[in-house]
Design a protein around this ligand. Structure first.
Ligand code: GLV
Length: 329
């Protein structure tokens, strides 16, 4: 590098990637607080920086981008990037990196875990103990459901959907349906998975698990109408993005018994209010967006986000880029 580049580090990311950047001689400008920056703070702190290492908590929208069009690149620490207006970054010629693959196992475990925890009312039963209501063994109360031989419906078959399908087939011999923009031959060859349309997925699945990105097409796709098409015994799992489901309509579908249960690692909004009715429902498990929260995944994300910056300044390109068309301009 002719002159040391300054990178704005928006949160406290695992050392592994930060050390890589330091070793390469980058000047790092850290945001020292635990809380994310406000949009104004983000603009202000990016002014004297060449690039930004950011994540879901930073709103990289049109306003930010217009005021920060001097940036050489943006490196996102996440596989999802719906916090970034990628189209506008592309118009401004700003390349955007992201960190796919490395959190696939971790996120799949959360989807798989939520499915079991919901089916067996684990969170509800744990809360009973905390309230001193263990009581006695009851043969008929609070019964869950078994997953063996059931049908899994994957909405958005990709890396995580494939791993979820493998886990569900291996553990419970589940049949696999999927609804996706494109066919996924690996799922069809290895698991005999069948590609179906959205309505068939809803009508035929015992567990519907969302693994799609948040886009204008998927925003709110799991709405009241969708839930009304699902089996009344079905479980809805969302580890993708909260706005993929319509939360008030999900609550209504659970209250009216249109669906049986829900396991959510993502909500809309995040964080969820502590008095949200979902938190007191027997057949619902909610987690605070921890899909990628393993040491392995977060280290991998940190390394990948750092490598995107290092490679960009070394070669003009990066290994994991959201908008490669920028480089063709
Ligand atoms: C987490 O939600 C991610 O997109 O990496």
């Amino acid at each position: 590098m002719e002159k040391s580049k300054t990178i704005l580090i928006t949160r406290q990311y695992p050392d592994i990637g930060i050390d890589l950047l330091k070793d390469q001689g980058f000047h790092l400008k850290f945001w020292p607080m635990e809380r994310p920056m406000t949009p104004e703070e983000l603009v202000e702190h990016a002014q004297d920086c060449d690039a930004v290492l950011c994540t879901l908590t930073e709103k990289i929208d049109k306003t930010f981008l217009d005021r920060s069009s001097h940036l050489d690149m943006i490196s996102q620490f996440a596989v999802g990037f719906d916090n970034i207006d990628v189209d506008h970054a592309t118009r401004l010629g700003i390349p955007v990196g992201y960190t796919p693959d490395v959190m696939t196992e971790a996120t799949t475990d959360i989807a798989f875990g939520l499915m079991i925890a919901t089916a067996r009312k684990m969170v509800f039963n744990h809360k009973k103990i905390l309230r001193g209501e263990w009581g006695s063994f009851t043969p008929k109360d609070h019964l869950g459901m078994e997953l063996m031989g059931k049908t899994l419906g994957i909405f958005g078959m990709g890396r995580i959907g494939m791993k979820m399908s493998l886990r569900c087939r291996g553990a419970y011999d589940m049949d696999i349906l999927y609804c996706s923009r494109n066919p996924y031959p690996e799922a069809e060859e290895r698991l005999n998975a069948r590609r179906v349309d959205f309505h068939q997925l809803l009508a035929q699945s015992d567990v519907v698990s969302a693994h799609c990105p948040l886009t204008p097409e998927t925003r709110g796709i799991f709405n009241g109408e969708a839930f009304s098409r699902m089996k009344s015994s079905a479980i809805f799992i969302n580890t993708a993005r909260g706005p993929v489901h319509n939360e008030p309509e999900l609550i209504r579908a659970l209250e009216s018994g249109e669906i049986w249960g829900a396991g959510l690692d993502v909500t809309d909004p995040e964080p969820m209010d502590r008095d949200n009715p979902l938190l007191s429902m027997e057949n619902v498990c909610v987690l605070p967006h921890i899909g990628s929260a393993t040491q392995e995944a977060r280290d991998g994300m940190s390394r990948r986000a750092a490598k995107n910056i290092i490679e960009f300044y070394r070669t003009g390109s990066m290994p994991h880029m959201v908008n490669p068309q920028v480089l063709e301009k």
